[in-house]
Design a protein around this ligand. Structure first.
Ligand SMILES: *Cc1c(COP(=O)(O)O)cnc(C)c1O
Length: 228
């Protein structure tokens, strides 16, 4: 297992420290381990260490791994990558939470993909904190309309917001903007208080700004293997 348990414990320690520094209760944070580019056996090892929330950002890899570890009871998959509408059914089939809902057409596709016996799907509205439209996420000015649209779809439950910190500015002010945008969503869906923010490089800043769901990859999994 070579250090995985130690890395996981060390990150959880740092998460707890950051929470206490922000006068927050560490138990209100969900730590998602991002397993992209790693084999399904890593997910099994993490599961053995008590991890129940894992994340992937590419649909094909996500769907394949979810099947490979389908026997792990209680494992929750978080889909955190850009999603194509024609993959909505595949995403819905495996995800407990979709963090990357960023347009009305994708909301409609995820809703339409629900089977009659499917549970309601938890979704987060991904916001673009940069000026670059290519980076994924709804523009802040369009967030309220997207929240209203998604909230009206019967098989989706809007739980909050998600964002990735910009590359060209410090994370703290960007996460403060995200926190304000969380209020915009809650003006539409009052109990949608989840804030998915914070990766290996910036989770302490995200916790200070109110993040509830952290998406941490390389600090726990180690360097990503070469992509074959
Ligand atoms: C890869 C990824 C992460 C985790 O990144 P690390 O820097 O390895 O912690 C978090 N969020 C998204 C959307 C990602 O694609």
């Amino acid at each position: 297992m070579g250090g995985l348990a130690e890395r996981l414990a060390a990150i959880d320690e740092r998460i707890a420290d950051a929470a206490r520094a922000a006068h927050r209760d560490p138990s209100e944070l969900t730590r998602i381990v991002v397993t992209k580019f790693h084999p399904a056996t890593l997910v099994e090892e993490l599961y053995g260490l008590g991890v129940r929330d894992v994340g992937e950002n590419r649909q094909q890899e996500f769907s394949r791994k979810a099947v490979e570890v389908g026997h792990l009871e209680g494992l929750r998959w978080h889909f955190i990558g850009q999603a194509q509408t024609n993959k909505a059914r595949a995403i819905r089939a495996a995800a407990s939470v979709v963090h990357s809902l960023d347009r009305t057409r994708l909301a409609d596709a995820l809703d339409a993909a629900a089977g009659p016996d499917d549970a309601v799907l938890d979704v987060l509205l991904q916001v673009n904190l940069t000026d670059d439209p290519g980076r994924g996420g709804v523009a802040p000015g369009d967030l309220e309309a997207l929240a209203s649209h998604a909230a009206a779809l019967p098989s989706l439950r809007v739980r909050g917001v998600m964002a990735v910190a910009p590359l060209d500015e410090p994370p703290a002010p960007a996460f403060e903007r995200l926190s304000a945008l969380s209020d915009v969503v809650r003006s539409v869906v009052p109990d949608a208080g989840w804030i998915s923010a914070g990766m290996t490089a910036d989770f302490a800043e995200a916790i200070a700004a109110g993040a509830t769901h952290l998406r941490i990859g390389s600090a726990i999994t180690g360097p990503r293997p070469e992509r074959g």
